[in-house]
Design a protein around this ligand. Structure first.
Ligand code: DP6
Length: 400
């Protein structure tokens, strides 16, 4: 059958995830083994996703890669590690199988094209979705099934959590070979249907220390990080799992904010210190606390990764009011761009006492836009060939 098949092509999509118990620090840089377990929420792919097409053919003369339509270097060590691991699993599988005649030759070169449906410039972590998508696509191409989070982890630590939907825990594991450092689903996305997520994309450029380099310096210099990994995270993880199981928003929200704050505290404790939050991030933090204080309970909860953008959790019944508070606090620059994107948001008028208690001096243009989304499923296969990013000739359909 293979001789008639010039090009085998597979396309997958994969989600972004946002950690509520943060991963920061490796105990093995090559295998990407973390110093602590972490837990994240997978975001819905209707709003944020990576799409990847991989094709293999005996006619291809070299492995090639295109990122958002532009050819990129395939030699990246982490990409090579993922390719090598998927091919190794395919070989292992075939060794134990009798019907391997239909299987794709492992000696064929591959072409890979990958695209995000959100601007990379928005500073939203794209490596997690990117590597989860790459590994899902290659695994399907080579007919590999089963535990793949271990392979995605080799691309980027946080990518292993994008291999599943809903609420996902990455177990740090104990083994030096990393076989037990894998992602596990705590609950599917259907578990908490009212949970919503707002991504507040803040203005300003993203000149900052990357996660990989930043966490290495933290491991080398921060005593707070050591304490966090050994003492704080194990306690918090158990609590967080319980809050999620019970759909306890107050517990979930408070712990999410505390863990984000401790992560940024370890960044300040790093020497030289690392700053990911900016003035706008701090404005958003203060706003969230005033909003919660006004309501007398935790209604909204922020978390920040290695950049200034805020990710805010809330229940569906709070979205309209909080979006209006953000609009009043950070009046959008009227450049015609949509201020609120993603899932629809109904309009709300704010009571005077809420306005005066929560909305401080407005900072025009500080928030570029709000993306409204919710928890979503893990990687998906696209079976419709018209959705492939590579044409029948194995080259990108669209170029940058
Ligand atoms: C702050 O997964 O990007 O987003 O493993 O070196 O690729 P590498 O790092 P990466 O780090 C993510 C750090 C974080 C917290 C988190 O997602 O848990």
């Amino acid at each position: 059958a293979l001789s008639t098949m010039a090009v085998a092509t597979v396309t997958c999509t994969a989600p972004v995830n946002i950690a509520v118990i943060k991963y920061w620090g490796k105990r093995d840089n090559d295998l990407i083994l973390p110093i602590n377990s972490s837990l994240s929420v997978t975001l819905h792919q209707d709003q944020l996703k990576t799409t990847t097409t991989a094709a293999a053919s005996r006619d291809f003369t070299e492995d090639r890669l295109w990122l958002n339509g532009e050819e990129a270097d395939v030699g990246h060590p982490r990409l090579q590690a993922c390719l090598r691991e998927v091919r190794r699993l395919a070989r292992k599988r075939r060794g134990s199988s009798t019907e391997d005649t239909a299987a794709l030759s492992l000696s064929y070169k591959v072409h890979i094209a990958t695209e995000n449906n959100f601007p990379t410039a928005a500073g939203l972590a794209s490596s997690a979705a990117g590597y989860a998508c790459l590994v899902s696509t290659l695994a399907r191409l080579y007919g590999v099934e089963g535990e793949l989070s271990e392979v995605a982890r080799r691309g980027s630590g946080s990518a292993c959590r994008s291999m599943m939907g809903g609420f996902v825990q990455w177990q740090r594991g104990e083994r030096p070979d990393g076989r037990d450092s894998i992602a596990e689903q705590v609950a599917p996305e259907t578990h908490w249907p009212e949970l919503r997520v707002l991504v507040l994309v803040v203005s300003g450029e993203k000149k900052q220390v990357g996660s990989t380099a930043g966490m290495q310096t933290s491991v080398d210099t921060s005593p707070l990080l050591k304490h966090r990994a050994e003492v704080v995270v194990p306690e918090r993880l158990a609590l967080m799992v319980q809050h999620i199981r019970e759909r306890d928003f107050e517990g979930f929200g408070k712990l999410t904010m505390q863990d984000s704050n401790q992560f940024h505290a370890t960044c300040l404790d790093t020497f030289p210190p690392i700053f990911y939050l900016n003035d706008i991030s701090r404005h958003i933090i203060a706003l969230v606390h005033r909003f919660n204080a006004h309501h007398g309970c935790i209604k909204v909860a922020y978390t920040f990764d290695a950049g200034p953008n805020a990710v805010i959790f809330m229940l569906a019944d709070t979205v309209a009011e909080f979006v209006e508070v953000v609009r009043r606090s950070f009046p959008p620059a009227t450049n015609g761009d949509q201020f609120v994107r993603g899932l629809p948001v109904s309009s709300a008028s704010l009571p005077e006492e809420l306005l005066s208690a929560v909305v401080a001096e407005p900072v025009p243009g500080a928030v570029r836009y709000i993306l409204h989304t919710k928890p979503g499923p893990g990687p998906q296969f696209l079976d419709d060939p018209s959705q492939h990013l590579l044409g029948a000739d194995g080259l990108p359909r669209r170029t940058a």
